[in-house]
Write a protein that binds this ligand. Sequence first.
Ligand code: PHE
Length: 451
Amino acid sequence: MLVSAASQHHWSQRWVFLLALVGATVGLGNIWKFPHLLVEQGGGAFLLVYLCCLLVLGAPMVMAELALGKSGGLSPVAAVRKIAMDSQASRFWVVLPLLSVLTGFIVFAFYSVVSGWLLSYFFAGSAGRFDGLGSQDLESHFSNLLDDPVALLIWHSAFVLLVVGVLLKGIRGLDHAVRVLMPVFFLLLVGFLLVAAWQGNIQRSLQLMLYFDASDITLQTWQLALGHAFFTLSLGMGALIAYGAYLPPSHNIGRSVIAVLLLDTLIGVLVGLVIYTLVFAAGLEVSRGPGLLFITLPFSFGNMAAGQWLLGGFFLLVTIVAWTSAVALLEPAVQVLNKRFAMGRSWSVGLVAIAVWLLGTVALVSFNQGQEWTLAGMTLFDLLDFLSAKVLLPITTLLLVLFVGWQVKSEVMRQALSTAGWLFNIWLVLIRFVVPTLLLIIIWSNIYSRF
Ligand code: PHE
């Protein structure tokens, strides 16, 4: 059933919503963090711990956020206000979505700067600029890019424009974007798996990523797995509340959630397989983060036939996941201005875009002119990361869980989740007791590791 443009308030189809959810959750975290976590933290043993975290913490939280959005139906702020009123809870809880929106906003700023690098590499790679370069040259190419505030600004601005392009048309824009972008992403992923199988030894990467040694499981494994589950599922930033707002009342949330958890993990594993197989095929060592994407991989592709096209394709794949995640990061702020403050959609998008553009511009200076500007030993970029990931995110999520678990009437949540009775009961126990305890552990370990 396709819905006419003017009357569209919901995702046009169930599978489109699922694609949107995958787009929002699969992001840079799946690409440069997850495969490395697997390799470093015990392969299959880490995966097992991580899957437990997804089931126990991830699934109930994703369900809670989607349900809040679905039953509020407006913006994250309006949704929480409405549900708090329905449950006769304090109006103070409105702080919660405001904090989430703020966190998403900050995360967007550095997400956009990094995505700007991706765009730059997409164009430079497709144009053959890296052909035949040695690893030294690639290192200096990357550091030259970071040293050049004007280039960073141009790419960051271009990325903000890409996101604006999707957001301007509201649900219609989101719906169309995921219909096009996600299939392209899946095709590219399958294509790269084939290339990896053809060029290298997939089995070796599989062994590296999924070997199993139970003695590798330590407290740190749990902490890392919990922390990653949080980020990769896009929790605590209002994104899922915002996407839930476009769900029709009859939607059964439980089923979509399981599919997303599995896909998010599977995609992380598959991307890891591609990356490591290609890196090994070029005789290189595994690395992580920016070094892996911007130095090691271009070098690996440089050794292959049609490396230029492969490199371009790979950066397109990564740009797509960053793009669909970035859209989800900003949609909540746009909804708040649009619905809560009755500002037109274009104005809301414009205002939010200018604000994040400015914040990103301030952040990108940390790599060059502003390298010396530090606070507590952190550059502005690191500070934004610390503030959002280590401070705001855990606090907001804890508040969120306390709100849905203890303040909202369970009848309201039962209806919003539209799920089987037994599943609801499990959800309630997890959200009331288990998730808050796990969140306290994360908060404690964040504070502990900082001092
Ligand atoms: N889940 C995304 C990632 O893994 C990050 C993200 C967080 C996206 C919050 C949207 C909202 O990179």
